[in-house]
Design a binder for this molecule. Sequence first.
Ligand code: ADP
Ligand code: MG
Length: 462
Amino acid sequence: MAAPVPISEVKGNTRENRTAAHSHIKGLGLTNEGRASSAGGGFIGQAAAREACGIVVDLVRAKKMSGRAVLLAGGPGTGKTALALAVSQELGTKVPFCPIVGSEIYSAEVKKTEALMENFRRAIGLRVKETKEVYEGEVTELTPEEAENPLGGYGRTISHLLITMKSAKGTKKLRLDPSIYEAIQKERVRLGDVIYIEANTGAVKRVGRSDAYATEFDLEAEEYVPIPKGDVHKKKEIVQDVTLHDLDVANARPQGGQDIMSMMGQLMKPRKTEITEKLRLEINKVVNKYIDQGVADLVPGVLFIDEVHMLDLEAFTFLNRALESPLSPLVILASNRGLTHIRGGSSLPRSAHGIPTDLLARLLIIPTHPYSPPEIQQIIKTRTKTEGLLITDPALGQVSSLGEKVSLRYALQLLAPASVLAKVSGREGGTIDVDDITECEGLFLDARRSAHNLATGDGYIA
Ligand SMILES: Nc1ncnc2c1ncn2[C@@H]1O[C@H](COP(=O)(O)OP(=O)(O)O)[C@@H](O)[C@H]1O
Ligand SMILES: [Mg+2]
């Protein structure tokens, strides 16, 4: 059985934010009664879908949504991705939210189902409460003690670390192992920081800067904290949020035995670890034990699969099964497809949204609708503000009409290049005018015009 890993060694798994196009969305913009206000949270229109998402958020908070799935269905540019992001913002940072795009699961190195499983487990959180013996206080002295390198050769090594910590009740001087010095450097601890060191594991956590230094000039946003109460050496309740995937990674041991050859092998190769089904089952057992003992709480989060029609039959089957598992998050799917063939199932009849009927049957479907011209205009206006662009009223009118005629996406994408043109032609303050929009329209085709060109012109290589 895998020994439960000390939670403190577990790193987070935040992924890069790839959705700058939605930076104006701050939430679902609902009133206390759950009604959509006309332009709340950066959202314009799409009231019914926002209210439906609000109910989903409430259910997730009440932990009544795990193992279920919701489908956001609607045409391109109707705000499906934006809605999913707003749901995650409403849930807050403590509830895991794992966004992927359907096509992400195809890779030469990892099996599709393995990639899906990994993301399922990124979307399930565990909140662990532990009472630990710690040393906590403001760092008033930090001196590494050097010694001759015992292995000979050049250089000196750190033999000990002297650290003095101050709390409200007193100060304590500790002489610590050099490994803790590394941890301290990683956390970038300097004099005047409040930190705690776990007595058993030696894990170091920087809490913030002591508020005695609150007046010092600092460019970075710092968190100032008071000097800890009580003694330096004490018991402290520590709350940590990790995901099941974090636990998997932390417990996956490098492959190979403990003999010299395989250890050398590990030095040469980048450490490849494998998360096996067996390991996951064992982690689940440990997790369930923690939950039964009241040490940990399960925090089922949200797995968002955008462009879900990119999944194939095998992946859908897996999804169906994974939703049955007792440790399952809420799954939000999004698709802009109508009746179409399922990927990998062209011999089957066409199916709604490119999703097999057995999965469809268990989905709650939230439709999104195309926007009205005034809504389009307002969305574009919001976007120009967020991107810090200036635009004349006639130009705004023209972009908006493109939003209606072509697509909202196309209209939004023209804004940035149009502002470049506006600056190049030296318009005052770089304000986008009608001419810039017209020129951009000529420079950048939309999908329909490009297809039309191909059909009527020479059509490249067929
Ligand atoms: N109701 C809305 N209010 C404000 N912005 C919106 C709204 N709907 C969509 N957008 C914005 O329009 C763009 C396209 O929407 P998106 O969510 O990507 O559409 P979809 O995923 O349905 O294809 C994004 O930049 C999105 O933030
Ligand atoms: Mg989308």
